[in-house]
Design a protein. Structure first.
Length: 318
């Protein structure tokens, strides 16, 4: 579904230390969870290591932008255990006075949303993280957040928390942490029938006004829109909702893998017009909910299926 909208979204984009080891789940060090301050998201310490990024030949539903595969070495870093929630974003907004680009109607009115009253994607005035088109709970992932909004949140945490190094994950870090040592289509394997246990996507759950997905998977998880973070099984490194629920912004520009860094750093250029989102969302089918799936939007785009997850750099050992 999201691939069909790339032309519309792209139009908006045009305007506006330690030795590495193989990242297999069995040999990776135990991850640790910590909260560095009251306002800080709960973070998981991700071990450094190497992995093969991209999709292999023969993986069904693969896209050309997932090629070529390449070996990437990633340094240790911390990654949010969950996606940033409505409650966490509200705390930021109240403390800083920040208004999102949707609230300011920057470039376009409101937020780009799908709504059952008129089931099509469109810019809708008055829509923002405060009212994305349905009543969200505080423990659901915040949506209608642009890449630029995410950068404002990162800067606030750096100033407020007393802990430095807050940022969005790089695309390589995101895929490395999502796979958590796996080489299959998804962190738990290749079986799409297990998706309701591990992720929030299109399933047999009835939506508003009795609506149903045309491409629903065979299971039913009880959520049409976003689900509370942590509602599904985590991956091998204790990370929740890496696939499904909401797309997550990463730091990188949307660029081909050919010539991309192999040290886990972000792939960026000065004239970057599109930023990468990863993971798929509540409105995506099984073909999108894969570890290697990539998509992109302009940094000012904000949709009611896009949120964020934070990363933090960790000091190198002495």
């Amino acid at each position: 579904m999201h691939k069909m909208l790339i032309a519309m979204w792209a139009a908006v984009a045009a305007f506006h230390g330690a030795p590495a080891r193989s990242a297999d789940a069995a040999s990776a060090p135990r991850t640790e969870v910590a909260r560095d301050c009251e306002a800080c998201p709960e973070m998981v310490s991700i071990p450094g290591g190497e992995f093969v990024m991209g999709s292999p030949a023969g993986e069904s539903d693969r896209d050309d932008d997932e090629l070529p595969q390449r070996q990437v070495r990633v340094k240790p870093f911390a990654l949010g255990k969950y996606e940033v929630t409505v409650a966490q974003w509200r705390q930021f907004a109240l403390a800083s006075g920040y208004q999102t680009e949707a609230e300011r109607n920057l470039y376009e009115p409101g937020c780009f949303t799908w709504e059952p009253q008129k089931p099509e994607w469109a810019w809708r005035a008055g829509r923002s993280w405060r009212d994305p088109g349905w009543n969200q709970k505080d423990n659901e992932p915040v949506v209608c957040i642009s890449w630029s909004d995410a950068q404002a949140y990162v800067r606030w945490l750096d100033q407020r928390s007393g802990v430095k190094g807050w940022r969005l994950p790089t695309e390589a870090e995101w895929e490395y942490a999502t796979r958590a040592g796996s080489t299959t289509r998804r962190p738990w394997g290749n079986d799409p029938d297990l998706l309701c246990e591990h992720s929030n996507g299109t399933d047999k759950t009835k939506g508003p006004n009795g609506r149903a997905w045309n491409d629903a998977r065979v299971c039913r998880d009880g959520y049409w829109y976003t689900a509370p973070v942590g509602s599904y099984r985590p991956n091998a490194w204790g990370l929740y909702d890496m696939l499904g629920n909401v797309w997550e912004w990463v730091q990188d520009c949307y660029l081909p893998y050919a010539g991309a860094p192999t040290d886990g750093s972000a792939h960026e250029t000065k004239d970057c017009k599109g930023r990468v989102v990863r993971g798929g969302a509540w409105d995506d089918h099984t073909d999108v909910l894969r570890s290697a799936e990539r998509f992109w939007l302009g940094p000012g785009n904000r949709n009611n299926n896009i949120g964020l997850r934070l990363a933090r750099s960790v000091p190198a050992p002495p």
